[in-house]
Write a protein that binds this ligand. Sequence first.
Ligand code: ADP
Length: 173
Amino acid sequence: MSSLRALRADITTLAVDAIVNAANSSLLGGGGVDGAIHRAAGPKLLEACRALAGCKTGQAKITPGFRLPASYVIHTVGPVWQGGHQGEAALLERCYLSCLHIAREKRLRSLAFPSLSTGAYGYPIHQAAQIAVACVRQCLSVKDGPLDITFCCFSAADLAIYEALLGTAPQAV
Ligand code: ADP
């Protein structure tokens, strides 16, 4: 059985088969979650990324996790938010699908996503989270091997949004 959960954590600490990196198209590192992943994985990650020769928006590429507890990093490049009329939603959806496709191809069992595009790239979190959850749900509904998905949130506010979408928000007492 596949599963879906939201968690508040630093994604670099998760011992899953692969963590997803919100990279930029150079794949040569940056700020936010990208910087944190490169720092935690060590310099070999940058070397491996150099060999990939970049990545287009919506696509994804995989490397080993090196010093990370995760075995692999799947690097994807989300869209920069430009107001919502430049195909951002379709591109963000494609990021999730590209990562899931690689995870299936590699027969991974567990995968953790940060909230792609919602930091420096400015995608509104509610809309981005809706796309993330819908896209992953749809993918898991297709008959295939089991896959455990974690939506790794950096803030309590982001976690609340994902929990509401997943229907796992704590009940008021
Ligand atoms: P983007 O450029 O795609 O917007 P960012 O790294 O700026 O990427 O932000 C994407 C999301 O990752 C944001 O929600 C941000 O809060 C979150 N984030 C930043 N650092 C970490 C981390 N160490 N673990 C998990 N999420 C993180």
